[in-house]
Design a protein around this ligand. Structure first.
Ligand SMILES: *[C@@H]1O[C@H](CO)[C@@H](O)[C@H](O)[C@H]1NC(C)=O
Length: 254
C-alpha cells in the first residue's frame, strides 16, 4: 500500500460528562482515547481516564494492562479495580471492541485520502539590472502533508539558490508549501518546478513560460475580454437598429 509511505498519528477522543455540581464548581468526566501511529494498528492503545475538575484521578492504559491512580482516591480505586478480574477483562477487551473498528474507520475515511496539490508557478521579481529573478512555485490544498518540490534547469535539478517553506497547515486538513528559486535568466533555457506527492502517480512538472511576465499577460487578458464585450455590445446595437428600421419600412406611416 503506497499510503504507508507517510507517517500517521491518530487520536480518537471521547469525553463523557459524568456529573456537574455547578453550585460548588465540581465537574467530573471520563475520557476514552484510541491512539495509534501505524497503518496496521499494531501499536493501537486504549486509554480510559477519570477526571475530576480537570485533574486526572485514575487511568487505564491498555499497554500497561491495568489501572494506575494519580491521587489518593485514584490509587485506592486502582487497587480495588485491579483486583477485580471482571473489570480488568472488560477494559482489556475494549481495545478491540471500542478502538479497533473506530480507528479503522478513521484510517479509511480520513487518513488514506489523497488530495492533489494545486500548483502555481509565478514570477516574484523579474531580473533587472544584473539582479537575479525570483520564481515562486506554490502548492496549495494538498493532503497528506508529505510533498517534494524541486527546481529543474534544462533537466538538471537545481540545488543552490532554492528556499522552501515547510508544509504549512491551513487548519482544515489541507497543507500549502512555497519554494523560491533565485536565478539569472539565460535565453533558450527551460526552467521548471517539479512536484511529487502521494496523490500523483508520477512527478508533475510545471514549466516556466518566460515569454511574458505575468502582469503583462493579465493586461492582455483584460484587454481581450474588454474587446469581446465591446464587440457583443456593438453587435447587439446593430441588430436592434436593423430590426427597428425594418419595422419602419414595413409599416409606412403614410
Ligand atoms: C501507556 O503505557 C505505555 C507503557 O508504559 C507508555 O509507553 C505509553 O506512553 C502510555 N500511554 C499514554 C497515553 O500514557
Amino acid at each position: 500500500m503506497s499510503s504507508s509511505q507517510h507517517w500517521i498519528s491518530g487520536v480518537i477522543i471521547l469525553s463523557t460528562l459524568l456529573g456537574v455540581d455547578g453550585f460548588n464548581g465540581y465537574y467530573q468526566n471520563a475520557v476514552s482515547q484510541c491512539r495509534f501511529s501505524s497503518w496496521d494498528l499494531s501499536d493501537l492503545e486504549y486509554i480510559q481516564s477519570y477526571v475530576f475538575n480537570k485533574a486526572e484521578v485514575i487511568r487505564f492504559n491498555s499497554t500497561v494492562g491495568k489501572y494506575v491512580g494519580y491521587t489518593e482516591f485514584g490509587v485506592h480505586n486502582a487497587e480495588a479495580w485491579n483486583n477485580d478480574p471482571a473489570i480488568l477483562a472488560q477494559r482489556r477487551a475494549q481495545k478491540d471492541t471500542i478502538c479497533k473498528s473506530n480507528a479503522q474507520i478513521t484510517i479509511n475515511a480520513v487518513l488514506t485520502k489523497k488530495i492533489e496539490p494545486e500548483v502555481r508557478l509565478t514570477m516574484g521579481k523579474a531580473s533587472t539590472g544584473g539582479h537575479p529573478a525570483l520564481l515562486m512555485c506554490s502548492a496549495y490544498n494538498f493532503y497528506p502533508k508529505m510533498i517534494r518540490v524541486t527546481w529543474h534547469r534544462d533537466g538538471q535539478e537545481v540545488t543552490g539558490d532554492v528556499i522552501s517553506s515547510e508544509e504549512l497547515a491551513d487548519g482544515d486538513w489541507y497543507y500549502q508549501t512555497h519554494s523560491h528559486l533565485e536565478f539569472t535568466p539565460k535565453a533558450g533555457e527551460k526552467i521548471s518546478c517539479m512536484v511529487e506527492h502521494a496523490s500523483l502517480t508520477e512527478p508533475r512538472e510545471f514549466v516556466w513560460d518566460p515569454s511574458m511576465p505575468e502582469p503583462e499577460r493579465n493586461k492582455i487578458a483584460i484587454g481581450a475580454a474588454a474587446l469581446v464585450l465591446g464587440l457583443i455590445v456593438t453587435a447587439a446595437g446593430f441588430i436592434y437598429y436593423k430590426t427597428k428600421s425594418r419595422g419602419r419600412i414595413l409599416v409606412p406611416s403614410g
